[in-house]
Design a protein. Structure first.
Length: 298
């Protein structure tokens, strides 16, 4: 079992998959191999047995498809390595899973007023800076977690976002509210810090990656913006702020290409657009015009 798994994970890394995706595939394939330690001999009956075991666990449709997606990728690897002649999973999925409709739940979109109330409800400097950084930059939790003080450039009013597999641009801008909040937070941080990481715990070390969700859930519950037992659109998570950032910039009339630039999305363009490259300074001007105020109403 281990020889196939280790080679498969090496293949995933060579394909530049994210650490999160690799870990998910690893976990799912380990479970599959626990049932079928000799994958090169797996038959359709084996796959039917496997999916039957998954269905008994009453998994959500998307989760069920995710398991089979990992298994399909694993068998693709075995074909590439010439361990087997063909991948049996795609036809199997087409027959047994295509009728399963996945209706992804949407993220909660809170109003500008709710964001202002959320920030006002926060009392700790760490709570405040997490809220305003997420809201004003739209960065992902992992990107926020990897920020260092050296990534802040107050001279040019920009933040260098750590590059990740999903990010194509690493520039974020500061408006006056974000810049002021960062300077305030840094005053608190200077007296405690024991690390180069920007966001620290009260003891001075880097905060845990799960702390963001816990902090937002606690504050959200006080304003009835978070229900831990509710659907996704009733939960306040770090990704809600990316949704908030994108939506409110769009509603303020920002060019969608500028929004993609700020989100760090892929900037795929038509051939005629190659000669109209995005000017970061124009993006900054539009950002300052469109980004909602959090500390005060416009």
């Amino acid at each position: 079992m281990s020889q196939y798994l280790e080679r498969f994970l090496l293949d995933c890394r060579a394909k530049n998959m994210t650490n999160h995706s690799i870990e998910t595939y690893r976990s799912n394939v380990i479970e599959f191999l626990a049932y079928f330690p000799k994958p090169i001999t797996v038959t359709n009956d084996d796959l039917r047995l496997y999916i039957g075991k998954l269905r008994l666990r009453k998994l959500a449709p998307g989760t069920l498809k995710g398991y089979m997606s990992a298994v399909a990728s694993f068998f693709d690897f075995l074909v590439f390595e010439k361990e087997i002649q063909f991948n049996p999973v795609p036809e199997f999925r087409k027959r047994y899973l295509d009728r399963i409709k996945c209706h992804p739940e949407t993220r909660q979109l809170i109003s500008i007023m709710d964001m202002q109330l959320l920030y006002k409800t926060a009392t700790h400097p760490l709570q405040k800076i997490i809220i305003i950084l997420l809201a004003k930059t739209g960065i992902r939790r992992g990107e926020l977690h990897d920020l260092k003080e050296s990534d802040l450039n107050f001279q040019f009013h920009v933040i260098r976002i750590p590059m990740k597999a999903k990010r194509s641009h690493n520039l974020a801008f500061m408006d006056d509210e974000l810049e002021g909040a960062l300077k305030e937070y840094l005053e608190w941080r200077y007296k405690r810090t024991k690390t180069d990481w920007l966001l620290i715990s009260g003891k001075g070390g880097r905060i845990h990656k799960d702390a963001y969700g816990m902090i937002l859930a606690d504050l959200g519950e006080k304003l009835h913006l978070h229900n831990s037992n509710g659907p996704l659109d009733r939960k306040l998570t770090p990704h809600c702020f990316r949704h908030w950032f994108t939506t409110h910039l769009f509603r303020a009339g920002m060019d969608p290409q500028y929004i993609k630039f700020l989100r760090g999305d892929s900037m795929r363009v038509e051939s005629w657009q190659i000669y109209n490259r995005i000017d970061p300074e124009m993006v900054r001007i539009e950002y300052l015009r469109c980004i909602p105020k959090i500390l005060s109403c416009r």
